[in-house]
Ligand binder design. Structure first.
Ligand code: 2YC
Length: 274
C-alpha cells in the first residue's frame, strides 16, 4: 500500500467536478454511479451523516487527507464533516455530533464503519472493486481477457470482482508467492508464470506501486487501463493514447461509503428501524 503525500491530495477538492465529468466521458458513468454498482446497490439508500476523523498514529496526519475525503463525500451530496479532534477524542466528537458513519485511516488501514450498527468498508477492497467496475463499464467487449498487474489487496479484489462478473482474467505479480496465494480456486483467473506482453491486452488493470512502467509502445487508442495503483503506472505519453482511469483517492472513498451504507441499511431493516 502506498502512503499518500500532501501533493497527492491537495488539489482534489478544487478539481472534483471537472474530474468527475472527465471520468464520465471515459466510463459513461459518474463516480457515484460506478461506486453504487460496485457496492451492488440497486435502490436509493438513506443519506447517512459522516464524520472523518484524523488519526495521528504512526507517521501521523497527512495534510489535506481528511479534508479531501470530506470533499469527495460532499461531492456526492452526502452530509460529511471533519472532526476538530483526532483519534479517540475525534471518535467521541463524531458520535456526540450524531455521525452515523466514521471514516478514519492510520498507516495500515483506511476504513469506514457504522457507529450504531456493525458495518465496515475497507479502502483496498473498495478501491479494487470500484476500479474493476469502472473498467467493466468502459469495456466494449466484456468477453476479452483483462490483465491484472499486482496481486495486492487491490488487485485481488479486482480479480475476484471481475471473475464473479464472468470476465476472464490473467493475473501477474513479480512476487511468485504473492501471486500463488491470490484468489485461490477462482476458475476464471489464470496466473501468469512470466511477465506478460502488455501490447497483447486491450484491457489492463494496474494495481502495482511501480509507477510509469506502461509506456506509449505498450498501448494503442483501443487500450483501456484502470489504474488505482499509486504512483500511476502509466506514462504521460501513454495516457495521451490510451484511456487511463486513475485517481488517488476519489473512487475508493465513494465506494467505501456505499459498501458501508448498504450494510448499515440492511442491518437497520433487519432490526426494524428502517
Ligand atoms: O491524516 C491522517 O489521518 C493520516 N493518518 C492518514 C494516513 C493514510 C495512510 N494511507 C494512505 O496514504 C493510503 C490510503 C488512502 C489507502 C492506501 N494508502
Amino acid at each position: 500500500m502506498t502512503r499518500l503525500v500532501e501533493k497527492d491530495v491537495k488539489d482534489i477538492d478544487k478539481t472534483l467536478k471537472d474530474y468527475d465529468d472527465f471520468f464520465k466521458r471515459q466510463t459513461g458513468c459518474y463516480m457515484c454511479e460506478i461506486a453504487c454498482r460496485a457496492a451492488g446497490i440497486t435502490e436509493i439508500l438513506p443519506g447517512y451523516k459522516i464524520a472523518v476523523v484524523p488519526s495521528t498514529t504512526g507517521e501521523g496526519i497527512i495534510s489535506g487527507f481528511s479534508e479531501s475525503v470530506c470533499a469527495i463525500l460532499k461531492h456526492c451530496t452526502l452530509d460529511a464533516f471533519v472532526t476538530s479532534r483526532c483519534d479517540v477524542d475525534g471518535i467521541y466528537e463524531a458520535i456526540q455530533k450524531g455521525a452515523d458513519m466514521i471514516f478514519s485511516a492510520d498507516d495500515d488501514r483506511f476504513i469506514a464503519f457504522g457507529t450504531a450498527v456493525r458495518a465496515v468498508a475497507e479502502n483496498g477492497i473498495c478501491t479494487g472493486e470500484g476500479f474493476a467496475e469502472a473498467l467493466l463499464c468502459s469495456m466494449r467487449d466484456q468477453s476479452r481477457k483483462v490483465l491484472i498487474l499486482g496481486a495486492s489487496s487491490v488487485g485481488r479484489a479486482a480479480a475476484g470482482y471481475l471473475a464473479e462478473k464472468k470476465v476472464p482474467v490473467d493475473m501477474y505479480d513479480t512476487n511468485a508467492d504473492v501471486l500463488k496465494n491470490a484468489c485461490a480456486g477462482e476458475r476464471l483467473i489464470e496466473k501468469l508464470s512470466s511477465s506478460p506482453v502488455l501490447k497483447k491486452y486491450t484491457y489492463i488493470y494496474d494495481a502495482t506501486t511501480s509507477g510509469d512502467f506502461i509506456t506509449e509502445k505498450d498501448v494503442s487508442a483501443e487500450t483501456v487501463i484502470a489504474a488505482p495503483g499509486m504512483p500511476r503506472g502509466i506514462t504521460e505519453k501513454a495516457c495521451e493514447i490510451a484511456t487511463v482511469i486513475h485517481n488517488p483517492l476519489e473512487l475508493g472513498v465513494i465506494t467505501m461509503y456505499y459498501v458501508c451504507a448498504k450494510q448499515m441499511y440492511l442491518k437497520e431493516r433487519e432490526m426494524g428501524i428502517r
